[in-house]
Design a protein around this ligand. Sequence first.
Ligand SMILES: Nc1nc2c(ncn2[C@@H]2O[C@H](COP(=O)(O)OP(=O)(O)O)[C@@H](O)[C@H]2O)c(=O)[nH]1
Ligand SMILES: [Mg+2]
Length: 335
Amino acid sequence: MPDFNELIPAAFQRQKFAIARLISLFEDPRPEAALQRKKVLDSMQSSGQSRRGLFLGFTGTPGAGKSTLVGELANRFISDAPDKCLAVLAVDPSSHVSGGSILGDRTRVRFSHGDDRLYFRSQASDQELGGISRTTFSVLRLLYHLFDVIIVETVGIGQSEIEIQQTADRVFLLLQPMAGDQIQFMKAGIMEIPDCFIINKSDEKEAAERTFHALRASLQLIRPGEARVPIFRTSAITGMGLADLLDYLKNLMDGRDDPVSLDASLYRREVYYFEKWVKDELGRSGLRMLSDLGGSRDLMDRAGGFDGAQKAILEAVQHSLTRLESQVDSLLEKS
Ligand SMILES: Nc1nc2c(ncn2[C@@H]2O[C@H](COP(=O)(O)OP(=O)(O)O)[C@@H](O)[C@H]2O)c(=O)[nH]1
Ligand SMILES: [Mg+2]
């Protein structure tokens, strides 16, 4: 394996090739990649250059306008804030990049060419896991150090909202205006998750207005006693409401905690995703092995974090397989 640490200075300067190479390391399922990831993250962490990015999740049904809105918002964000940079990770099969633009179904959002403060990456979605790809969180751990804001676009199909809640600092649910009798906001616990709602396509004025009032009323029923959940009304096409959304984002940036608690909240997410990884990759026997090794937090602390723990558990599996093999061999010899 090449020495990925050599790519770090270029990645901090946001050179696209370096970021892309590093992302491939963070998507690499091989055990030896885990060790390299640990090295890269340790050295980014101690470089004093980490940007400790804010994670924002944008979710909603296909066609609601996520890609278009995120593209608009991203462009406006970086032109308003000359010292900030932003990455978009699209885990949406309908989003892909071509020649510097995101192609939605029928839409084409321009990402300002030549501006390295905006980075776009798409990932194949993992339907089985409810929209979020297996490696999404892994890549986010890298982007955390490189960008001030990281937007994750996911298709909202239920399970992915729960995943995105574990991942993002704020979850935005995008809705599009609906006709009166189509409004069924009470669905399956999904309404409880978002921190903010966005009624996009509010250029469809009447329907948007009805949807807004129905949503407000449902939220009072579903989330009683909760201070008013923000509902934004936007149009990614006319630009309506985008300034409000940007202000909200700027306030979030201004109110961010100190580095220590930001890193601590990343650590909590790592624990969640480490356990999830063990369960997905190794099943119930993996979880049993994890508890034999002292549980996830303990193992992560001892083995040097997420990547060290991945490597440790893979080695433990390998070890017990070898032991099993030699037991079988000696049984065979005896018989
Ligand atoms: N009228 C209107 N159309 C929009 C708006 N935002 C997106 N669209 C259109 O909705 C369609 C789906 O948009 P897209 O961004 O691909 O949605 P996604 O699947 O949620 O990412 C495209 O044809 C867009 O041009 C909006 O605010 N108003
Ligand atoms: Mg999309």
